[in-house]
Design a binder for this molecule. Structure first.
Ligand SMILES: [Cu+2]
Length: 198
């Protein structure tokens, strides 16, 4: 027999009964180890559950109370033919109602079409941007207009320009060699000036 191992058949040994008698004592420490969760670990678990609740709440508020949605099918276009017809065939600014404008902007390597959007001060503009080639960005400086432009989708933002001035717009998604040349400008002019689009 190996050292320390008791042969139940051995004369004088207690056989299995001796093991059974010891059993209630031995598994106890093991049980305690597997059931116990460290207080720090518990706190991390609480924190991660709390974070999930926070994320879920913000997404719910954004989606239902603020109406922030991912792009739906109605804002999808075919990037291969988008510039062939409709407003995208003639990008630019149009006045749709007095003091209300819309602009269709094409972002493509490596240019914006149009490169200039002119508006009378105080007017509201809805800007639609799409890309026929690759991913670009559309950010108007000194405003909170900041959109990703994804081929096949139309990015849309409505903004009121209350200050006279020039607000350059740039591509802020690196799109290749000519990326740095992708810029344009929103010119907000006094409504009395003649230059405003009509
Ligand atoms: Cu770019």
């Amino acid at each position: 027999m190996a050292l320390g191992v008791r042969d139940p058949a051995e004369p004088g040994s207690h056989g299995m009964t001796s093991f059974d008698a010891e059993r209630p004592d031995t598994p106890e420490p093991e049980q305690k180890l597997s059931m116990g969760i460290d207080p720090y670990e518990k706190n991390w678990m609480r924190a991660s559950v709390l974070l999930l609740v926070v994320f879920f709440t913000t997404v719910t508020i954004a989606g239902f109370a603020m109406g922030i949605q991912v792009v739906g099918a109605d804002a999808e276009v075919d990037p291969r033919i988008v510039t062939d017809s409709g407003p995208w065939a003639d990008p630019g600014v149009r006045e749709i109602r007095p003091g209300e404008y819309e602009a269709y902007v094409i972002a493509q390597t490596w240019n914006f079409e149009p490169r200039e959007i002119e508006l009378p001060v105080g007017s509201e503009i809805t800007i639609y941007v799409t890309s026929p080639d690759l991913q670009h960005g559309f950010k108007v400086t000194d405003t909170n207009i900041n959109m990703m432009v994804v081929p096949g989708q139309v990015s849309k933002v409505t903004f009121t320009f209350d200050e006279v001035g020039e607000f350059p717009y740039i591509c802020h998604e690196y799109c290749g060699r000519g990326h740095a040349n992708m810029f344009g400008v929103v010119k907000v002019v006094n409504s009395t000036e003649d230059g405003a689009s009509s």
